[in-house]
Ligand binder design. Structure first.
Ligand SMILES: Nc1ncnc2c1ncn2[C@@H]1O[C@H](COP(=O)(O)OP(=O)(O)OP(=O)(O)O)[C@@H](O)[C@H]1O
Length: 768
């Protein structure tokens, strides 16, 4: 149906005009207010007296606050002025006669004159009906309880540059044309917001209870990253009164990824959320004392076929990585810390002027029990306070007793002896002795506590850790029941090679942070209440556990996909372990996302065939949204030269077809480099290699190793393998699956003969 034939076209067009006009009026008024607040602040600054809390000072504070609110309103309205809303629902509550017409947009707008909402924020409780509800009986939760009613209309609008382009009424039979249109768009180098097309299963994740840990297993392209960002935006809106945006933190795999997501957050009204990587956050906690080994080093060893020969070494490398992320390692650390505590206990009583003020058993009791809510080394601060109080009492007592003792002697002489020169000398000598003694008590009291406390032997964090892992006797002592003897030897040898050279690897951060937290305490109090972790399948149990302990919160949202667990040598194998060991049993939510929105049916079918080779109960096959595209082309070559030429031709064609982002995905950086050298020599296609240090990438042709492509997406993906082999084994299956599922519209595979045995039994009509 054409837009103008829609029965409500006129009304909706008028409504849009009215809303736009109102936004404009509000923007003008806000601008005026901003000028006024600025003036007020300027005036107040002139009259400011720094010495008192004058009227001017208060005026500055108030006007600054007003200014902040006005700025926020101004930014929000500017953002929506050309597309004020994207949907309308007509909801008739059971208690009302008339239905409410609710226009849903990215931010709310209330008509000041009569408090009527012109636009309702997509995060508001009633908007839940839009995402969840089918026409008919429905309900939504409000602060005051459940609101029952009927959804009479669900309507979507396409509005471009302030103009109404389409109206679409949704009933049970219509497919989500909005979603289709959105998915057909080309990939930019940034993620987009999806407030207008959030699907019901995604909506449930976004709005799930913030106070319980939530684990989301979502297939490739199910919107996990997108949802992570929308969930934070939802929290900020819903818990505005309780939390500041700074209290939310999102942990992403690398800087490239943070850059990829960073622009959506402001669009969603979620600026100021902490965005970091696990490594950066840990560095903030433990400090940067040792050199950091490349976090992907082990994966590269496992990926690259060059390292095949040393199977035994690789086996133990994987074993130590897994152990360092395990809860067994945590219990080993706990035993170690218990011994560090014992070692830290005083060897002597606290003695002042030859008197025992507090005996060592009592001090030990304070350190081990009374103050054990504190990190070990911080307990001495509390001890210091107690000793100070005791010392004060004793000092006064000793001073008084000393004075009395000598005064008594003097009195005695005076009483018994006649005045004489000799008596005078004797008395003076006693006075001198007394004063010296008093001075000595005073002096001693000033230094005695520090002297005592300093006798506790403190060791540097890294040394504690190094001692544990580089001395076989210690690993044996604490890990005797846990570790095989060969494991102990390898762990020790590997640690000597690393820690001995002042280097640490990714797996060391969580245990180091744990030691720091338990022994030293963290420098500042971290006020992070809710943590959202993307690509959570790459985390270990210990990493989750340490984050939970350190941040002292249960408000975690973990999103990941076990099928994409290419770091599984060091990370979790299943979500069950996390649910059972990290969080309180039965007190978390677990949700699954099985619909994939990124990839075409043709690409997803092939990717599913690959991942299905794992035949693991943990693997969930993705269901693609109904969107067709070309069948993936798979081409085998007998020489690199021929492959390169063909690749170049394809890239030229894709560029002509106006695809915005094209990725050539290889197993390793070296392969990317080889292709780049060829393309640069030929000068027909401009390309760029994405590497670890990259913080952003632009549209065009990028060459990217598969582990870095994880999480990203491109219009076209070309998987190329020249030297490396994809075999039918877990890591290769996962790598290929990750690479394939990066494609939005098109996927081709180019390989040198015998380099893709994994594809041998792949079925249906692929153009090989
Ligand atoms: N409801 C939706 N409406 C429109 N687009 C969506 C929707 N859900 C997801 N998408 C799109 O699907 C693509 C995949 O989303 P996203 O990258 O968030 O998925 P993911 O689960 O994190 O993927 P992966 O695990 O493969 O990295 C993105 O282009 C995103 O914009």
């Amino acid at each position: 149906m054409s837009l103008k034939n829609h029965s409500d076209y006129k009304k909706e067009a008028e409504r849009l005009e009215y809303t736009k006009e109102y936004i404009k009026k509000t923007l003008d008024a806000t601008e005026e207010y901003r000028k006024l607040y600025k003036e007020n602040i300027k005036d107040a600054m002139v009259n400011l007296d720094y010495l008192d809390s004058s009227q001017s000072y208060i005026s500055i504070l108030i006007n600054t606050k007003f200014m902040e609110t006005a700025d926020k309103n101004f930014d929000n309205l500017t953002r929506i002025k050309d597309k004020p809303y994207f949907a309308r629902i007509d909801f008739k509550s059971s208690e009302k006669k008339e239905a409410d017409k609710v226009y849903i947009g990215k931010t709310s707008l209330i008509q000041a004159e009569d408090e009527v909402p012109l636009i309702v924020d997509w995060r508001a409780p009633i908007a839940n009906v839009y995402y969840e509800g089918r026409l008919g009986e429905t309900s939504y939760e409000t602060e005051g309880g459940k609101q029952e009613g009927k959804l009479l209309l669900k309507r979507q609008f396409t509005i471009e540059d302030g103009e109404l382009k389409n109206i679409m009424d949704i009933d049970i039979t219509t497919t989500d044309a909005f979603l289709q249109a959105s998915l057909e768009a080309n990939a930019e180098e940034r993620l987009k917001d999806i407030a207008s097309t959030i699907q019901a299963e995604q909506n449930r994740v976004i709005r799930a209870d913030m106070h319980l840990p939530l684990i989301v297993q979502g297939v490739a392209g199910s919107g996990k990253t997108t949802i992570a960002l929308h969930r934070i935006a939802y929290f900020i809106y819903t818990y505005e009164k309780t939390f500041e945006p700074e209290n939310f933190m999102i942990i992403a795999p690398n800087k490239l990824f943070i850059n990829y997501i960073s622009e959506v957050l402001p669009e969603l009204g979620a600026e100021n959320v902490r965005q970091t990587t696990f490594i950066d956050f840990m560095l903030e906690l433990v400090g940067k004392k040792y050199k950091i080994v490349d976090a992907n080093h082990k994966l590269m060893v496992l990926i690259s076929s060059q390292n095949k020969e040393n199977k035994e070494l690789v086996k133990w490398m994987k074993w130590t990585a897994a152990f360092k992320g395990s809860m067994e390692f945590k219990s080993m650390l706990d035993d170690y810390i218990a011994d560090i505590e014992k070692d830290y206990m005083p060897r002597e009583d606290f003695i002042f002027q030859g008197h025992v003020i507090v005996d060592k058993e009592k001090i030990e009791n304070m350190l081990l029990r009374e103050f054990n809510y504190l990190p070990l080394y911080k307990r001495t601060d509390e001890l210091k306070k107690t000793l100070k109080n005791q010392l004060k009492r004793y000092k006064e007592k000793f001073l008084k007793e000393t004075e009395e003792y000598y005064d008594h002697q003097i009195e005695n002489i005076r009483y018994k002896e006649e005045p004489s020169e000799e008596r005078r000398h004797r008395i003076l000598a006693i006075i001198e002795k007394r004063d010296l003694k008093l001075e000595n008590i005073q002096k001693d009291s000033k230094t005695i506590i520090n002297k005592y406390i300093n006798s506790f032997s403190k060791i540097d964090l890294f040394d504690h850790y190094k001692n544990l892992l580089t001395e076989e006797v210690l690993i044996e002592r604490y890990g005797e029941k846990l570790l095989p003897i060969e494991g102990i030897q390898h762990l020790c040898q590997q640690s000597r090679d690393l820690l001995g050279k002042k280097k640490i690897e990714l797996e060391d951060y969580a245990p180091l942070a744990y030691l720091k937290y338990r022994i030293f305490g963290l420098k500042e109090k971290l006020r992070i209440d809710s943590v959202v972790i993307d690509e959570a399948q790459d985390f270990s149990l210990l990493q989750f556990y340490v984050l939970k302990e350190i941040l002292n919160t249960n408000m975690f949202t973990l999103l990941g996909d076990i099928s994409q667990g290419i770091h599984s040598y060091r990370s979790i194998q299943s979500w069950k372990e996390v649910l059972n060991t990290v969080f309180d049993k039965g007190k978390s939510n677990y949700m699954k996302l099985v619909q994939s929105y990124r990839t075409t049916i043709e690409v997803m079918n092939l990717a599913n065939e690959i991942i299905d080779k794992l035949s693991s109960p943990e693997i969930v096959l993705a269901k693609p949204v109904i969107r067709h595209g070309d069948k993936p082309e798979i081409a085998e070559f007998d020489t690199t030269e021929k492959l390169f030429k063909d690749l170049q031709k394809k890239l030229q064609v894709f560029k002509k077809e106006k695809f915005q982002s094209i990725a050539v995905i290889c197993k390793t950086n070296e392969e990317c480099q080889k292709i780049k050298t060829f393309l640069d020599k030929e000068k027909k296609v401009h390309s760029k290699i994405l590497d670890e240090k990259e913080e952003s990438y632009e549209a065009g042709v990028v060459l990217v190793p598969v582990h870095l492509a994880k999480g990203l997406e491109f219009d076209v993906v070309l998987i190329v393998t020249i030297d490396e082999i994809y075999e039918e084994k877990e890591l290769d299956i996962k790598l290929l699956y990750v690479a394939m599922t990066r494609a939005l519209h098109k996927l081709d595979i180019l390989y040198i003969k015998d380099r893709m045995p994994i594809l041998e039994d792949i079925s249906d009509g692929l153009s090989i």
